[in-house]
Design a protein around this ligand. Structure first.
Ligand code: 9UX
Length: 72
């Protein structure tokens, strides 16, 4: 079954920033979908919790260079 996580992502200043975050999340195993909204500083991720977890996703966002906090 799928789980949903919402992150606050700070530091994104253009839509290419959001694109690179989305791409990095989607490269992880166990991701169903990722939508990153630069205007609202949010990343919404649908994932399979047997394969990936919120902290791994959060660290992946940070590896791209942005500050990520799990908010939901
Ligand atoms: Mo464009 Mo967003 O260089 O950092 S990708 S501002």
């Amino acid at each position: 079954s799928k789980a949903k996580a919402v992150f606050s992502v700070m530091g994104m200043t253009c839509s290419a920033c959001a694109g690179s975050v989305e791409k990095a999340i989607k490269r992880l195993p166990g991701i169903h979908d990722a939508v990153v909204d630069v205007l609202n500083n949010r990343a919404q991720v649908l994932f399979y919790p047997n394969f990936v977890n919120e902290e791994t996703i959060r660290e992946t966002i940070e590896d791209v260079g942005f500050e990520a906090t799990l908010i939901q």
